[in-house]
Design a protein around this ligand. Structure first.
Ligand code: PLP
Length: 425
């Protein structure tokens, strides 16, 4: 039996070969869900079970999951080490509130801080809460440490960002769909173009407390900045006494082939914001991770969350950190990512306008003259592969890092097959 903290020998969980590789019929058994608020437009696949890289719908059809919960399932569905950590903790204690201590909290914070090379961890639940925490942290650091006059702090963010859905976070979104109807908005943010260090340098003033950036913009379509962008942000922030806050909620924890996407440039930000895969696809776990001179500005009562850092979340989070410490998932992302990159670039000019990959993560821009991203995803689902479009014509692939080479090749066959179909129709 494996417990959190035990040395982890992780075996990729890969289901048997699918029974749907040929001629997966379109027209899924779709349950009408009339009581579900319509804030999403899901593909008509009703999932009942999942294991490793595969999910099974209510009709018993199997699909290869190439979205992986927007990278929340980096370790696949029901990874045995993570499930065992959760089960073990379920039988002990799941919630205490932070009014009391519990025996998983310090261990989780110490292990995660160790993974990130930082001192302190502030655990929350969802990614948006993590980002909100980082915004509050930056402002408080600005007033208490940097000496910014009260209520004058500004934070620099990038166009095309996605940091979550709270009213403050959508206040600095540049996506009209995310913002429309939700004003009035929170002031104190300056939006500059992404991948433009000079724009950041020009926007910084004496009241700037943070630059909040995704090292790779996931929701925008896996936008990978040019080499040197993160190093330039690091230099500007150090020179101007501004916090570099890296939102690694989607890019972090193995997806790009390194533990953090910032590692690709050897850059260490002042603050990491983590989420998604930190909860192993089992519980929502997010965290702000930083040095003591930064995260130390919070005092009792200045911030909190009933569920943040609960024993179940910490136990699963510890097991996630244990998996990442092996380096196996980062290595898989690098090696499988090379396979994916080589095959996807072969599609450019054949229905695909552009492809961006980093690790096991890809943004594929479909030629809008051929099909919408949605149509491609529907055709993929009909073949037994799940992916999701973003911004109309871009398809994001983020298979679980446990996917086998055979299954990845099969997924890429399906993608090629869909483009052949579209050309023929
Ligand atoms: C970079 C980034 N930040 C924040 C979030 C928000 O996370 P959550 O949906 O858990 O609130 C996301 C979600 O996609 C994200 O990709």
């Amino acid at each position: 039996m494996l417990h959190p903290g035990d040395p982890v020998v992780s075996t990729p969980v890969v289901a048997e070969a699918p029974d749907l590789r040929e001629g997966h019929a379109a027209g899924q058994p779709v349950a009408a869900q009339p009581h579900v608020a319509r804030n999403y437009d899901p593909l008509p696949v009703v999932i009942a079970e999942a294991s490793g890289a595969w999910v099974t719908d209510v009709g018993g059809r199997r699909y290869l999951d190439c979205l992986a919960g927007y990278s929340a399932l980096n370790f696949g569905h029901a990874h045995p080490v993570l499930v065992e950590a959760a089960r073990h903790q379920l039988d002990r204690v799941t919630l205490t509130s932070r009014a009391f201590l519990h025996d998983q909290l310090e261990a989780f914070c110490a292990e995660l801080a160790g993974l990130a090379g930082m001192d302190l961890v502030l655990p929350m639940n969802t990614g948006a809460e993590g980002v909100e925490t980082a915004i509050k942290l930056s402002r408080k650091w600005g007033y208490d440490v940097k000496g910014v006059p009260a209520d004058q702090a500004n934070i620099i963010v990038a166009a095309g960002n996605f940091h979550g859905r709270t009213t403050t976070i959508v206040s600095f979104s540049t996506d009209p769909v995310a913002r429309a109807g939700f004003g009035p908005f929170t002031p104190g943010f300056r939006v500059v173009p992404y991948d433009d260090p000079q724009a950041i340098a020009d926007a910084v003033d004496d009241n700037t407390v943070a630059v909040l950036i995704e090292p790779i913009q996931g929701e925008a379509g896996v936008i990978v900045p040019q080499a040197g962008y993160l190093s330039a942000i690091r230099e500007i922030c150090s020179r101007r006494n501004v916090l570099f806050v890296a939102d690694e909620i989607q890019s972090g924890l193995g997806r790009t082939g390194t533990t953090f996407a910032c590692d690709r440039e050897g850059v260490v930000p002042d603050v990491y914001v983590l989420g998604k895969a930190l909860g192993g696809g089992i519980v929502p776990v997010s965290a702000v991770v930083s040095r003591a001179d930064v995260l130390g500005v919070f005092t009792p009562g200045s911030h909190g969350s009933t569920f943040g850092g609960n024993p179940l979340a910490c136990a699963v989070g510890r097991a996630v950190v244990g998996l990442l410490r092996t380096g196996e998932y980062q290595r898989r992302a690098r090696e499988l990512g090379e396979v994916m990159h080589a095959r996807l670039t072969g599609l450019v000019g054949h229905g695909v306008v552009a492809v961006r990959t980093v690790g096991l993560w890809a943004g594929i821009d479909v030629d809008p003259a051929l099909a919408s991203g949605r149509e491609v995803c529907e055709r993929l689902a009909a073949r037994g592969m799940l992916a999701k479009e973003t911004h109309g014509s871009t398809i994001r692939l983020a298979p679980p890092l446990v996917i086998s080479r055979t299954d990845l090749d099969w997924a890429l066959d399906q993608l090629e097959g869909v483009f052949q179909e579209l050309h023929a129709s």
